[in-house]
Design a binder for this molecule. Structure first.
Ligand code: PLP
Length: 409
């Protein structure tokens, strides 16, 4: 008899977004004329930049030309894309990252989950609370945790609480952890990290043999030049950090799919016999065995992000969402709510008024304003009493949603 991976049975049943969809559908069925505005899920809404579209159209034509046709590409990504990423995203900001250390993939979501395959099951793993739920669930699936308690916290994980008291930046732990996930600009809180803060983590990681998983999916939203966009802007990070990046939120590739993971060749972890093993080699082996690369067409589209027009177009795109975030911040503040994030980040994190629970505020906003957001408690126990509003929507919808909220609160 076949058996299942029992770890999947530990996952909490009501995953956040299906539960939101269930409540919104029930409301829409009962109120078919309600003009619902969705500011919940972090998907982009603006179309692909022209430069990326043109590059992909050209790439489709290449595929119809026998002399230019491409079959399987390199599992790590085409050299021309990796070179551009290394130059523009890293070397131009003073980071010593070589093209060979960049692995192009079809998403940061899969990479942040898949990376666990090259690590042992005996690591102590830390996540912030609240957190991007993928980090937690992929550890549960991999068997790195015990069962969840009634707050949804899994045995075996170290939760680092983030709240207004610590500016939504976790304290450096007093205990030793082997792996830690950091996400800046942060989903869900919209918090950003200073260089000094990341330096403290790099120092901690180097002192303890910790590997930092640095998720920079929203780095393009950092417009303050004093803030780091990559962990490799911090001295020593090459020896303790893996960075995840994506074309989803800077260039609207959520449906097109392209991302990258940086594994420096200087990064090592211990084998069970105590020897040092290069993580680059293991990730390269993993990708070569289990992944056949991102399509040529999509990689050409991603390459166009680095052209002069591409750079100007993605800047316009990011600024558009940042302006939405500013409107949300200003309007909610004017409505008397306590508001965090939304500067250098596309998410606004709101304290629920009058001590309402996250889900009660969700229901109130849906019923009274017909606006959908995301309950903070869905991102972890410490997210209770908070609410996430996403700037990924049309200007018209953002303005209208804020008008309704300010009128009712
Ligand atoms: N990392 C974070 C923090 C995210 O919020 C998201 C998507 O919302 C991702 C990664 C996923 O990115 P991708 O579209 O590249 O899979």
């Amino acid at each position: 008899m076949a058996t299942v991976n029992d770890n999947y049975l530990k996952l909490k049943a009501g995953y956040l977004f299906p539960e939101i969809a269930r409540r919104v559908n029930a409301f829409a069925q009962a109120n078919p004329d309600a003009p619902i505005i969705r500011l919940g899920i972090g998907d982009v809404t603006e179309p692909l930049p022209e430069a990326c579209r043109q590059a992909m159209i050209k790439a489709v034509e290449d595929m119809g030309d026998r002399s230019l046709f491409k079959g399987y590409g390199p599992e790590q990504g085409y050299e021309w894309l990796r070179e551009k990423i290394a130059k523009h995203d890293f070397q131009a900001r003073g980071c010593e990252i070589d093209a060979s250390e960049i692995f192009v993939s079809d998403g940061s979501k899969c990479d942040t989950g898949n990376i666990l395959e090259i690590f042992g099951h005996d690591n102590t793993i830390a996540v912030t609370d609240p957190v991007y739920p993928v980090y937690v669930d992929t550890n549960v699936m991999a068997g790195n945790t015990g069962e969840a308690n009634d707050r949804g916290e899994y045995a075996g994980l170290v939760y680092l609480p983030i709240s207004a008291e610590n500016n939504f930046t976790a304290e450096i732990p007093s205990q030793k952890v082997d792996l830690v996930y950091l996400c800046f600009p942060n989903n869900p809180t919209g918090a950003v990290a200073t260089k000094e803060y990341l330096k403290a983590w790099v120092d901690y990681a180097k002192a303890n043999g910790t590997i930092i998983f640095f998720d920079a999916a929203y780095e393009a939203y950092v417009t303050d030049e004093s803030l780091p966009r990559s962990i490799y802007e911090i001295e020593g990070a090459r020896d303790c950090a893996i960075e995840f990046r994506s074309f989803s939120k800077n260039a609207g590739f959520t449906g097109t799919r392209c991302a990258l993971t940086v594994v420096p060749k200087t990064l090592t972890a211990k084998a069970s016999d105590g020897s040092d093993v290069e993580l680059w080699k293991l990730w390269n082996r993993r990708q070569s065995t289990k992944f056949n690369g991102v399509s040529y067409i999509v990689q050409r589209g991603a390459e166009a992000v680095y052209s002069e027009e591409g750079q100007a177009q993605i800047k316009t795109l990011v600024n558009f969402y940042l302006e939405n975030a500013k409107i949300i911040r200003e309007q909610l503040t004017a409505a008397g709510l306590s508001v965090y994030g939304g500067v250098n980040a596309p998410y606004v994190w709101v304290k629920t008024p009058n001590g309402l629970s996250s889900w009660d505020f969700f229901d109130k906003l849906l019923n009274v304003c017909n606006v959908v957001g995301t309950p903070g408690s869905g991102f972890g126990a410490a997210g209770e009493g908070y609410f996430r509003i996403s700037a990924f929507n049309s200007r018209e919808n953002v303005v209208e949603a804020m008008k309704r909220i300010t009128a009712k609160f």
